[in-house]
Structure formats: C-alpha cells, structure tokens
Write a protein that binds this ligand. Structure first.
Ligand SMILES: NC(=O)C1=CN([C@@H]2O[C@H](COP(=O)(O)OP(=O)(O)OC[C@H]3O[C@@H](n4cnc5c(N)ncnc54)[C@H](OP(=O)(O)O)[C@@H]3O)[C@@H](O)[C@H]2O)[C@H](O)CC1
Ligand SMILES: [K+]
Length: 500
C-alpha cells in the first residue's frame, strides 16, 4: 500500500470529487461513517461513559461534526467548535446538519469552557492533513489541556497538530496524544515514524472510496508492506529439492561469554529453511551449539582460519554480528568478511565495529545491515527524524546497500529508492534476542538465493508475523521471548504459502 504525502492526498480528494459521481460533502459523510464504524468496534468506545468531540474550522472539523451527529443516537455527546471567520463549506454544512439533529456546538473561545471528565472519550477533530503551521495560541492551549487531562483520545485522520509528512520543524508538545487514530484511506508517514507515531496510539486505516487509479499513478518512495505485498516474493520449495539446493550459510559470532545470540540466530536460520548451517563461534558457543541445536555444524573460531573456511565451504550467504563483541580479533574477522562479494547480513556488533572503524564506505550491493535506532545513530550520526530517514534513503541508493532499520514499523531501504514500512510484529518482540532471530531468518533467505532486498522484505515480515503468531498464542506481550518467535516461524511461512 502506497504512503502518499498530504499534498498528494489532497489531490486524490480533488480528483475523486471531480471524476467520480460523489460530491465533496458526500465524501465527508462517507469518511465520517467509515470512521464511526471502526470506532464503535474499538476497546476505547466500549469503555466510554460520554463522548466529547472537539472540532476545528476545516474539513477535519467537518468530519468531527458529522461523526457527532452519527454518534448522538447512541451516546451522550458534547461538541466543541473552534471559532473561525473561515469555516470550510463542508464544515458549515455539517454545523447546520448538527444543529438540525438537536446538538448545539459550544464555541471554544477559551480553554476554560472545555470540560474533560475522566470517564469520557474525546474525539479529536481539530486539525488533520490541512495543518499548515505548528499550533500556537488557543489551539496549542487546547491540545495541552487535552493531553494533561488523561482522557483517552480517538483522533480523526491524524492527531491534531501533527503534520502528515515531516515534523522535524514541529513541536511535539503541541500535538494531541491519542490512544487510537483512525486515518482515512492511506497511512501517513508521520504515523509510522518515531517520535510522532507514538503519539498516534493504535492505527486503523479506513477506506473512504478515493479513486484508486489516481492513487496508483502517484509516485511515492514510501510503501506499507503487509502479507499480500510479500506473498508475491515468496518462492515455494521444489518437491525435488535436496539440502545442497536449499542454501549453505555461514554464521559468525558468539565470541566470549555471549553464546546465546548465536544459538538463537542458528535456530532461526534452521527454522527458516537453510540447507546447511555452519556456525563459526567461540569455544563456549561451539560447545553449547551441538547440545542446543545439533542440526547446525559448530566450528570453533580459535581453531579455524576464516579465509580457508570460506574457500572450502563456499557459503551462499554469510551473517556476522550476534555476540561478536568489538575486540580487535572480532574487527579482523569483520575486516575479512567485508572483502567477500557474498550476500552478507551485518548485525549487532558488526555494525558497532563498522561505526568504530569508519567502514561504512566499504558496504555495497551484497550487504544487508539491520541496525536498531542506537546502532543506526552510531553509523549515520545524529539528525532530526525525517532528515535521518532521508539520510538512510540516500545512503542505500548511493552505496546500493539494503538497510532494515528496526522498530515498530521496521523500514527496509532498498537501493532503487523505495522504503517499505513493515506492518507485521508487535510490542512483545521488544525483547533480548529478537534481533538475533531476525539475523538467522535473513541468513536463510539469502542462502536460499533471494536477492538482498527481497530477502530483507520477506525476512522482516516473517519475523514480525512469527511474533504475531506467538503473541496470539501467549496472550501476553511481556511473556513473549525470542525463542517464541523461532517456535512460530512455521506459522509465518504457512501464511505465505497458504494462498500461493
Ligand atoms: N481525502 C481525504 O482523505 C479526505 C479528508 N477529509 C478530511 O479533511 C481533512 C483535511 O481538511 P482541510 O480542510 O484541508 O484541513 P484541516 O481541517 O486539517 O485544517 C485546515 C483548517 O485549519 C486551519 N489551520 C491550519 N493550520 C493551522 C494552525 N496551525 N493553527 C490554526 N489553524 C490552522 C486552516 O486555516 P488557515 O486559513 O488559518 O490556515 C483551515 O481552516 C482531512 O484530515 C480529513 O479529516 C474529508 O472529510 C474527506 C476526504
Ligand atoms: K485530528
């Protein structure tokens, strides 16, 4: 699914009204009705005692007024409206319809009149994609009062005060903090990126009937990746396959006391279909691996010459990093690995070493790096979130390296200039070893012959989907551990293969 800018969404809106038999006011009615349908099914709604709706002067406010009218038969609804000399026509029409339905909106001349009982739910329809400057004055005061009240908020389209695209020049304390954001038709970039995404709470996307052919024609580097968009990448195994064809992988890490990381990555690679796995690691991990995972071939790095190993094994893919450490010996291993033109996943300490030795310029088209935010900061330096995002995009394009930047919506930057925001996974996966599991999955897919960008997209999705299957089973994000992700990889693969 494409992620369009606020400007492109406005164009889609205009195009739909001009080319479809639907008037602007009816599009607003459809949007409000789709919003209400989703809201009525939410946990937030089931907990409310009364509903407070704050409406701005534009079409976001117009949506809010229509939503108020639709919710009125079922609920105790209070509507507040920003005073303005410049209401949009559809906003005015909905003020009229609201009054006809028996609700008088209260004019929000001052924050004093805004009453926020703790057992209410607030619907935020102050500003949406038409925001054209950061909030100040009365609008900012209203937002601060809402945020300080602790009343749960369901936002219409966007939390008010948030720009749909970049918020690098915005102030976070003048953005509504929502528990739920029901956004229209397409995801917006700011909802998928930190720190703004966190202010949106749970995100639901509702179709409002914008013209799909127009949307298809729009150029955008940003896409949301779901099960359907990765299914087309998946290549089922041949019935006649033998283990030599399933790919040969070399995993390097687990030096010193950190054996666990490499054990997890090994298990994940094996559960992701690798044909042969060689795990080159420290003595401790080399002793533990056969007990924990006898399917892997453990090699003690103390007794192994890496160039000899690579030339004798001829691995289809390499992964280096989990439990690698940042010693001089580890740096030498990495230095060697960076010379091979073999598809390679670089994770954890491999990334810290690249930052430390300033080896970023050595990355190229056979490399897939998987930094979490702190590792990415070490690699690429500090920048505001949107600028940082642009920097990653540029680096991927110029070096041809694929980046999987890990987070709530892990972003896969591909050399052709496309960024995929992955939509599987959950907060239970924020746990030790989760990244090592991803490295193992990616190693298996690279070894199977998937091109680097495809392996990254598929692997990130599978990892998230396995985490989702684990959460469904465990019912507790706190109890989910990295091993559970491995134990549910089969369900993620099954989802991919079930309709192919
Ligand atoms: N295509 C769709 O997805 C549809 C979306 N709908 C809804 O429409 C809004 C966008 O509506 P729009 O009228 O373009 O914009 P907003 O309502 O978000 O805001 C515009 C008004 O707000 C004023 N404004 C802007 N920034 C500020 C600010 N910082 N402080 C105060 N006021 C501000 C602006 O007035 P100015 O003249 O002062 O700039 C406007 O009055 C979208 O989010 C959806 O909710 C449709 O309902 C269906 C189709
Ligand atoms: K809003």
């Amino acid at each position: 699914m494409k992620i369009l800018s606020a400007e492109q969404i406005r164009e889609a809106d205009r195009y739909t009204i001009q080319n479809r038999p639907i008037a602007s006011i009816d599009l607003m009615e459809a949007a409000a009705s789709a919003w209400v349908e989703t809201f009525l099914q939410s946990l937030l709604y089931s907990h409310r005692k009364s509903i407070i709706i704050v409406c701005g002067p534009g079409n976001n406010g117009g949506d809010g007024l229509a939503i108020a009218r639709m919710l009125k038969p079922l609920n105790n609804v209070t509507v507040y409206l920003m005073p303005s000399d410049n209401y949009s026509p559809d906003n005015l029409a909905n003020q009229q319809r609201l009054r006809e339905s028996g609700i008088q909106p209260l004019l929000l001349h001052t924050t004093d009149i805004l009453t926020l009982p703790p057992d209410a739910v607030l619907i935020d329809a102050l500003y949406g994609s038409g925001l054209n400057r950061p909030l100040t004055g009365l609008s900012a005061d209203i937002v601060r009062k809402i945020n300080a009240s602790g009343v749960p908020v369901a936002a219409v389209d966007l939390p008010s005060g948030m720009f749909a695209d970049s918020n690098d020049h915005n102030t976070l304390h003048t953005i509504v903090k929502a528990s739920l954001t029901i956004t229209f038709h397409l995801p917006k970039l700011a909802l998928l990126m930190m720190p703004t995404g966190e202010l949106a709470g749970e995100i639901k996307i509702v179709n409002i009937g914008l013209d799909s052919s127009f949307i298809d024609q729009q150029e955008s580097p940003h896409h949301l990746q779901d099960a359907d968009s990765v299914k087309v990448l998946y290549r089922p195994r041949s019935l006649w396959m033998h283990k030599g064809q399933a790919g040969r992988g070399l995993l390097i890490g687990g030096i010193g006391h950190t054996a666990g990381a490499v054990l997890l990555a090994s298990s994940a690679a094996l559960r992701s279909g690798i044909g042969l796995l060689y795990t080159a690691c420290g003595l401790r991990a080399a002793q533990a691996l056969p007990v924990h995972r006898p399917e892997a071939i453990a090699l003690d790095l103390n007794e192994t010459d890496l160039p000899d190993l690579v030339s004798s094994l001829e691995p289809d893919a390499i992964a280096i990093g989990p439990g690698l450490g940042t010693s001089q010996a580890s740096a030498e291993l990495l230095n060697e690995i960076l010379e091979y033109p073999i598809p390679t996943v670089l994770d954890a300490d491999a990334l810290n070493l690249i930052a430390k030795h300033r080896w970023l310029h050595r990355l190229g088209p056979n490399h897939l790096i998987t930094p979490h935010p702190k590792e990415a900061l070490r690699l690429f330096g500090q920048a505001k979130p949107f600028e940082f995002h642009q920097n990653l995009l540029k680096f991927s394009q110029s070096s041809k390296t694929v980046i999987a930047f890990k987070g709530r919506f892990t972003r896969i930057y591909t050399p052709e200039g496309i960024v995929w925001f992955n939509n599987s996974g959950n907060h239970g996966m924020a746990t030790a070893g989760s990244g090592d599991v991803l490295t193992g999955v990616l190693l298996a897919l690279l070894a199977a012959g998937y091109p680097v960008a495809q392996a990254a997209r598929l692997g990130v999705w599978l990892h998230g989907a396995a985490g989702d299957a684990a959460l469904l089973r465990l019912n507790s994000p706190e109890s989910l551990i990295a091993g559970d992700i491995i134990n549910h990889l089969h369900q993620a693969f099954h989802q991919l293969s079930s309709s192919t």
